[in-house]
Design a protein around this ligand. Structure first.
Ligand SMILES: NC(=O)c1ccc[n+]([C@@H]2O[C@H](COP(=O)([O-])OP(=O)(O)OC[C@H]3O[C@@H](n4cnc5c(N)ncnc54)[C@H](OP(=O)(O)O)[C@@H]3O)[C@@H](O)[C@H]2O)c1
Length: 248
């Protein structure tokens, strides 16, 4: 039986990747700080050897924008080398090499560490998940008006479709950097805000706000988009509709 370690297994993506791999018959180990089975803080790496031992593949979904992902990746790579060099898969973001955002810079560094590790590896970059757009809009909707970044388009993708792709890759051979996975539509943020309000039957005025800084200039340029890889099929409206019928 194939043994696969999923880091970040309690997160939005890791949970779904784990489900798909279990359905495919793999023996799945779920790791995170709060995991009931493999409770490991990747930033200190304690307990990592036991989690990696005997694994055929590692799907690395654990991440935090608070910093330390590169340190965590270092511990994971070292543990993988000690454990017989399993296939290491990494989920990254379209534009990590273009957008000057601290979180993206760290993710690009982790990509390089994995590419240079000597391990068989696979790296998939995707656009933003629908879940993230929903979280941003839900937070903003707590105000009497709905502020959204002006001039920014998004190409959100269904995290379930990302999980499908990542699980399939984990059951295959190391493939290096694979084609990006983007959502089906490139949409203005203001337009997605309208869809969010309609789906929830809410009334708010959508207020475009121009944000300063290099990172937002990058978002306005569309450095985070992959229009040539619009292979996801689930639209934001379909995602919202499903979320209404089956709340997470
Ligand atoms: N969200 C998006 O739009 C998007 C788009 C493209 C790519 N991605 C990438 O996809 C990956 C997963 O994203 P997500 O949205 O599923 O994230 P998420 O829901 O925030 O989940 C993050 C996971 O990482 C674990 N984690 C965080 N810090 C950890 C640490 N120090 N040690 C061990 N586990 C740790 C968390 O569990 P505990 O809290 O229990 O530790 C959780 O299981 C990330 O690499 C992200 O960059 C996300």
């Amino acid at each position: 039986m194939t043994t696969i370690l999923v880091t970040g297994a309690t997160g939005t993506l890791g949970r779904q990747v784990s489900e798909r791999l279990r359905t495919a018959g793999a023996d799945v180990r779920g790791l995170s700080r709060r995991s009931p089975s493999y409770a490991v803080d990747l930033r200190d790496g304690k307990g990592l050897d036991a989690a990696v031992e005997g694994a055929d593949a590692i799907v690395h979904c654990a991440s935090t924008p608070r910093g330390g992902d590169d340190r965590a990746a270092g511990f994971l790579i070292d543990a993988a080398k000690r454990a017989g060099t399993p296939h290491l898969l990494y989920i990254s973001i379209v534009g990590v090499d273009r957008l000057p955002l601290g979180y993206y810079t760290v993710k690009r560094r982790v990509e390089r560490m994995i590419e240079d590790s000597g391990l068989g590896s696979t790296i998939l970059r995707t656009t933003q998940f629908h879940d993230l757009v929903l979280r941003i809009l839900s937070g903003a909707a707590k105000l009497p008006v709905l502020p959204v970044p002006s001039g920014v388009r998004v190409q959100p993708v269904d995290s379930g479709e990302v999980a499908d792709r990542l699980a399939a890759l984990a059951l295959g051979e190391p493939a290096g950097r694979v084609p990006d996975l983007g959502g089906p539509e490139v949409r203005a943020f203001t337009d997605l805000a309208g869809a969010f309000l309609r789906a929830g039957g809410r009334k708010r005025r959508v207020v475009p706000v121009r944000l300063a800084g290099q990172a937002y200039a990058g978002y306005r340029r569309g450095d985070h988009l992959a229009p040539g890889h619009a292979v996801g099929t689930v639209t934001f409206e379909e995602f919202l509709d499903r979320r209404h019928r089956h709340p997470a």
